[in-house]
Design a protein around this ligand. Structure first.
Ligand code: MN
Length: 189
């Protein structure tokens, strides 16, 4: 498999140029500095998941498209092992395993996320109509939606609007492992 930094560099460049955006304009849209964007496009930087998420949201592309090459739409049986594909980019308290990367024909991406103890993240608002689903596999965490932090423990699930302010935090002493589905009601890479 290709070096993840190279995949990210090429995917970002393609997404940006496909929209006819300069680095300056992309910095405005994503809140990520032009210098950082340039470094990523040159394969010189391994950004955190938070930075990737800002870029994905600002460019209206899926998060997983930056992590794994897109595969063609398929309904074929596919077994994946999160332990084998979990990524821990940069030093950050969030790990991601892109179980089923974004598929435009289905309109969603399906990930395993691990929120380490103490991690907190307020998410950018996604494009209109984006809906998120989270199910706690192990541990406990809280999800911010409608202005309230909802406490969730193992076996519980939450659905919330991704196009409104929302966030994730783990105030427990243990990592929280969750399954996350993000539905995008439009086509994107
Ligand atoms: Mn989000």
């Amino acid at each position: 498999m290709k070096n993840p930094k190279d995949h990210l560099a090429q995917t970002l460049k393609k997404a940006r140029k496909g929209k006819g955006l300069s680095l300056d304009k992309t910095a405005d849209l994503t809140g990520v500095s032009k210098a950082m964007l340039g470094q990523i496009e040159r394969g010189e930087s391994s950004p955190t998941v938070s930075t990737l998420w800002k870029i994905a949201t600002g460019l209206d592309v899926s998060l997983t498209s930056f992590i794994e090459p897109k595969s063609p739409h398929s309904a074929a049986t596919l077994v994946r092992t999160a332990d084998d594909i979990r990524q821990h980019p940069a030093a950050e308290g969030l790990q991601i395993a892109p179980l089923y990367p974004y598929d435009a024909a289905l309109g969603f991406e399906y990930m395993e996320l691990t929120f380490e103890s103490g991690y907190e993240r307020l998410s950018e608002e996604h494009a209109p109509g984006v809906i998120e689903f989270i199910t706690i596999i192990s541990g406990a965490m809280e999800v911010l939606s409608d202005g309230t932090w909802h406490a969730l423990s193992e076996g519980q699930s939450i659905r919330f609007a991704g196009d409104a302010p929302h966030g994730y935090r783990n105030k427990s002493q243990q990592p929280a492992k969750v399954l996350s589905v993000i539905h995008y009601p439009y086509l994107n890479p």
